[in-house]
Design a protein around this ligand. Structure first.
Ligand code: GTP
Ligand code: MG
Length: 194
């Protein structure tokens, strides 16, 4: 996909602030610090459109990026971040849940997991939850550059088994460092946005 235009439209904390148009939306969910914002930047070949950090908890609002005036990437706060108070964690949880269950424009969720480790309990819960609500999902194992090439397939297998991934769901090996998986993900996303 040729990216001619990418703009941050709004940082929302409640539905009234979501964009009013009806363009398709692709949301990113996953653990704090797993690499959601980095993946958006890599897909767009923009170095720092979405703010990233080596410290977890960088994205704390629902950030809407409008691409080619045609669709949105929706960057969600991460889950499983122990360093914020229980109250704040619950607020983030509610904010994410509200978006995912009520947003008609939502076409697919990219569930981002860390390929280095088996999916966490939170990852498993998120996957089950998305299936329960019948929300289309693509699972992405990112940070592949951090493990040797010879181990990719085995880590992928463990991730799929741990999640009990539905055979109809796509799993993509990815790296925001090297761009691995980028073309494959665009191929999947084109089905959603065109
Ligand atoms: P929150 O906003 O806190 O939920 O985190 P996030 O999921 O948006 O993570 P972010 O994109 O900010 O990345 C977290 C850290 O992981 C940063 O230091 C990134 O540079 C690093 N990172 C992200 N993706 C990759 C990857 O594919 N490979 C490597 N080596 N590092 C990555
Ligand atoms: Mg982020």
């Amino acid at each position: 996909m040729k990216i001619v235009d990418a703009e941050m439209v709004i940082s929302a904390v409640k539905p009234e602030q979501y964009p009013k148009d009806t363009l398709p939306e692709i949301a990113l969910a996953g653990r704090s610090n797993v690499g959601k914002s980095s993946l958006i930047n890599k897909m767009l070949q923009r170095r720092s459109l979405a703010r990233t950090s080596s410290k977890p908890g960088k994205t704390q609002t629902i950030n809407f990026y409008r691409i080619n005036k045609n669709f949105y990437f929706v960057d969600l706060p991460g889950y499983g971040f122990a360093q914020v108070s229980k109250t704040v964690r619950e607020q983030w949880g509610k904010m994410i849940e509200k978006y995912l269950t009520s947003r008609e424009n939502l076409k697919v969720v990219l569930l981002i997991i860390d390929l280095r480790h088996p999916p966490t309990k939170d990852d498993q819960m998120m996957y089950d939850w998305l299936k329960h609500y019948d929300i289309p999902v693509i699972v992405i194992g990112t940070k592949a550059d951090k493990i040797p090439r010879g181990k990719w397939e085995n880590h992928k297998k463990i991730a799929k088994e741990t999640l009990q991934l539905d055979s109809n769901d796509t799993f993509i090996l990815f790296s925001s460092e090297t761009g691995m998986g980028r073309d494959q993900l665009w191929d999947e996303l084109k089905k959603v946005v065109s």
